[in-house]
Design a protein around this ligand. Structure first.
Ligand code: HEC
Ligand code: HEC
Length: 203
């Protein structure tokens, strides 16, 4: 059994060398390698969930469709809020859509299975999250979003705060933000702060 596998290997190697088989698509789809090679780790962390500084988003486990759309929107200039132009745009400007998709798929593959019975304790922020409609779109503990919507449970506190305020003010209006904007009159700055506090503690 082992012997026959070994005997076949040189044949595969030759086929590759002579161009009968191309390994390029498999390599292009390696989102993990791209995430390191393209320098994403410098700001978003080796594990994609230890951002270099406060206010930078965690990406591990984020929905693939959502993450891909954000990269495309930052590249095209549809998303210009916060630090997306100064910090992220130069990086994504160099990426192809295939590369962005491979990385988005990789980031989604890092989603962890929910830990049983680890629900965060009731806090004012949690109550607001449940009563101010956030839960309807972002799901239980902010981790079960509707398709294409972002997961926000466990996200960096300063990032949640800034993005929620930007969507409320209209400074961020890309993608599906118009789904969220109309309910933002329900929350004031103090309430947004309390919600961000709660969400950032979700495991
Ligand atoms: C120099 C730092 C830096 C580098 C390098 C960087 N990013 Fe970012 N990234 C950011 C910041 C900051 C934001 C948030 C922008 C804002 O304030 O709105 C962001 C946002 C994002 C978002 C949107 C997150 C969300 O929840 O909406 C994705 C996806 C993303 N980055 C992926 C990547 C990928 C993939 C790479 C590598 C190709 C990369 N980033 C490289 C700093 C960086
Ligand atoms: C009707 C659906 C809906 C409701 C209700 C809603 N959101 Fe959102 N939210 C969205 C969508 C859709 C996006 C992503 C927009 C895009 O495509 O760029 C988003 C984005 C966000 C983001 C940015 C995520 C990131 O990774 O950049 C934060 C933070 C957020 N919402 C917080 C909240 C909070 C807090 C509430 C409640 C006060 C809330 N949302 C209520 C739909 C909703």
């Amino acid at each position: 059994m082992l012997k026959s596998v070994k005997r076949q290997l040189p044949v595969v190697a030759m086929a590759v060398a002579f161009g009968f088989i191309t390994l390029a698509p498999a390599l292009a789809a390696d989102g993990k390698a791209l995430f390191t090679d393209k320098g994403c780790v410098a700001c978003h962390g080796e594990d994609a969930k230890t951002p270099m500084q406060e206010g930078f988003p965690k990406l591990a486990g984020q929905g693939a469709e959502y993450a891909l759309n954000q990269m495309k929107d930052i590249k095209s200039g549809a998303r210009t809020n916060g630090q997306s132009v100064d910090v992220m745009k130069p990086i994504v400007a160099e990426l192809s859509e295939d590369e962005m998709k491979a990385m988005a798929d990789y980031l989604f593959s890092l989603r962890e299975a929910p830990v049983a019975a680890a629900a965060a304790p009731a806090t004012p922020g949690k109550t607001l999250f449940l009563t101010k409609t956030c839960v309807a779109c972002h799901g239980k503990e902010g981790k079960k979003p509707l398709p294409g919507y972002p997961s926000i449970g466990g996200q960096d506190k300063a990032y949640i705060l800034a993005q929620t305020k930007d969507i409320k003010s209209g400074a961020r209006a890309n993608g599906k933000a118009n789904a969220m904007q109309p309910v933002m009159h329900l929350v004031n700055d103090d309430e947004i702060t309390a919600i961000a506090e709660y969400l950032s503690t979700v495991k």
